[in-house]
Design a protein around this ligand. Structure first.
Ligand code: MTE
Length: 393
């Protein structure tokens, strides 16, 4: 399409913030430093992690942009950005987390394949756009549809970008039709992030945001959308982003035995400390984020200074100074909570954080029990070492 390009190389990449920690240059994958991540409850766009599988598309003529919507029978529409802007605008504060968040730590147990991420492949943004349920209604699919008369059960999103995993084809993913047509699921076709039009890295001009679900399903640079009978057969649904048991290796893997990962499990991480720290003071403020998938709020965050033998409860908040109540009237159900605990350590300590969600799901104690060859969903207790003194560790 004129005015809309998928570059085949990396000579058209957008400018990026110099403080980002680059985990891979081409495609560009980067995350903010730990302390930067918790400097703001809503993550500034330039510090928000960037997870790409190919060169960033160039859309320089928005007038020519069209979203094709296709179905099994009878649905075939081209929507312009004006069609999308004309629908009611919804704002959803939602945390996006890459399934590979904390992969580097999983590799320390046994090597896994994939881009190495510390604990910041996660960010919280105020997304605005049309509800997917409204867009689907516009093309004739009613709210809360389990299936269409012609047997459609999933909505597939196909992007403008091209990636090598798809043999030079577009990035794609799908979600169930019932989630797509449920206004309460808050799935957006977003055109704004933190009050500004999406920037190129995050999906300009239009992206999907699926709250509470691993970031891989929030397809950026949306090109077309189809109602299909089976879930999307693309690489990132069928040959990646699936959770295998620790016994599965690259010799015995059978991808078809597992379903594509959707909701992410309960997660938390300490951001105010690095893996190893030499502190001047015994008094330590432990701060970080906690979040769970599927809109499950955070019931508790426990902090230990003795590697998990004893625990104290951290305070939680979404708005500074306002204690957080999971599922409370003022809580953002799709968004992370920040936690904070003041502790006093002796000479050295292993500080640990673990979160519990409202369904009483708890982070697993050890990474070994959830180790998987692709290194996804490392939600094990987050541990950091501290030592009080002046010498290096
Ligand atoms: N959409 C397209 N088109 N191409 C991609 O490479 N990466 C996915 C998802 N959507 C991706 C995509 C993954 S794995 C994640 S975690 C999120 O986008 C990251 O979104 P962000 O870069 O805006 O943080």
């Amino acid at each position: 399409m004129p005015g809309i390009r998928s570059p085949s190389d990396y000579s058209n990449e957008p400018p990026r913030h110099p403080s980002l920690k680059i985990n891979s240059k081409e495609p560009f994958n980067a995350e903010p430093h730990r302390s930067g991540l918790i400097s703001s409850y809503v993550t500034p766009v330039d510090l928000f992690y960037k997870r790409n599988h190919g060169p960033i598309p160039v859309v320089d003529d928005i007038e020519r942009y069209r979203l094709s919507v296709m179905g099994l029978i009878n649905i075939q529409r081209e929507l312009s950005m004006k069609d999308i802007w004309d629908l009611p605008k919804h704002t959803v504060t939602a945390t996006l987390q890459c399934a590979g968040n904390r992969r580097t730590a999983m590799s320390k147990t046994r090597k896994v394949r994939g881009v190495g991420w510390d604990i910041s492949a996660i960010g919280n943004a105020v997304w605005a756009g049309a509800k997917l349920a409204d867009v689907l209604e516009l093309v004739g699919i009613p709210k809360l549809s389990n299936s269409t008369p012609s047997g459609g059960k999933h909505v597939e999103f196909v992007s403008i970008d091209r990636c090598k995993e798809e043999n030079g084809g577009p990035y794609k993913a799908s979600i169930p039709l019932i989630q797509a047509t449920n206004p309460e699921a808050d799935v957006l076709l977003a055109y704004e992030m933190n009050g500004e039009p999406l920037n190129r890295d995050h999906g300009y001009p239009l992206r999907v945001v699926v709250p509470g679900v691993i970031g891989a399903r929030s397809v950026k640079w949306l090109d077309s959308m189809s109602v299909i009978a089976e879930e999307c057969q693309g690489f990132f649904m069928q040959k990646d982003y699936k959770m295998f048991p620790p016994s599965v290796n690259w010799e015995n893997i059978n991808w078809s035995t597992r379903r594509p990962q959707m909701d992410f499990p309960v997660q938390s991480a300490i951001c105010s400390l690095e893996d190893s720290n030499v502190l001047k003071d015994r008094k330590v403020t432990v701060k970080g984020y906690a979040v769970s998938g599927g809109g499950r709020g955070i019931e508790r965050v426990d902090i230990s200074i003795d590697g998990g033998k004893t625990w104290v409860e951290a305070s939680r908040y979404q708005k500074p100074g306002v204690p957080y109540v999971a599922d409370g009237p003022y809580s953002e159900k799709w968004a992370w909570v920040f936690f904070e605990a003041k502790v006093e350590v002796s000479h050295s300590a292993e500080i640990v954080a673990k979160a519990v969600d409202i369904a009483a799901n708890v982070q697993p104690e050890n990474v070994e029990s959830i180790w998987n060859l692709r290194g996804i969903l490392n939600t094990s207790w987050h541990r950091v070492d501290v030592r009080v003194g002046h010498s290096s560790m």
